[in-house]
Design a binder for this molecule. Sequence first.
Ligand SMILES: Cc1cc2nc3c(=O)[nH]c(=O)nc-3n(C[C@H](O)[C@H](O)[C@H](O)COP(=O)(O)OP(=O)(O)OC[C@H]3O[C@@H](n4cnc5c(N)ncnc54)[C@H](O)[C@@H]3O)c2cc1C
Length: 136
Amino acid sequence: MEAESRQTLVTRTGGLVIEDRAARRDVDSGTRNIEGYTAVFDEFAVDHELLDADALQARWPQFRLDGGEQALYQSESGLVDAARANAVHVALARAHGAQVHEHTAVRAVRPDGEGVLVETDDRTYRADRVVVAADA
Ligand SMILES: Cc1cc2nc3c(=O)[nH]c(=O)nc-3n(C[C@H](O)[C@H](O)[C@H](O)COP(=O)(O)OP(=O)(O)OC[C@H]3O[C@@H](n4cnc5c(N)ncnc54)[C@H](O)[C@@H]3O)c2cc1C
């Protein structure tokens, strides 16, 4: 997207997640803890470093730690300019032929045997296929 739009959308800063190990046990948090993240990073070869409290304190002395923390550092983490990224997404989609209907609530999505009907307040669209991307 950056190459095509010539807009800067991601500012790489590196990212640090600090976790209180006792408070993020698997039994309570499932895989939403550093173990869960690192399992995915290992699977997909995402660069990361795991640090214990001593190593964390040595590199980032500004934090006050209890000693039971662990941390995850990702050199590739960064910030997305969300408003600009959304605007660029829409502009590129339009440039590639998409029609974007803003402020158009979908009221129903109904398969009818041959395709899909997408109902809005104003009209009903027919499509061979529909991709719903309405968050989880
Ligand atoms: C406070 C907060 C902080 C977050 N921080 C991060 C972060 O730092 N990093 C990260 O990776 N993720 C973060 N997330 C998660 C991330 O924002 C979502 O996972 C991601 O935006 C989901 O993308 P999506 O396209 O599936 O859905 P969304 O971005 O939610 O887009 C869904 C769209 O569908 C529209 N919609 C829904 N229903 C209808 C309907 N009936 N008709 C028409 N339109 C409809 C909505 O209006 C919306 O525009 C954060 C989320 C929140 C809430």
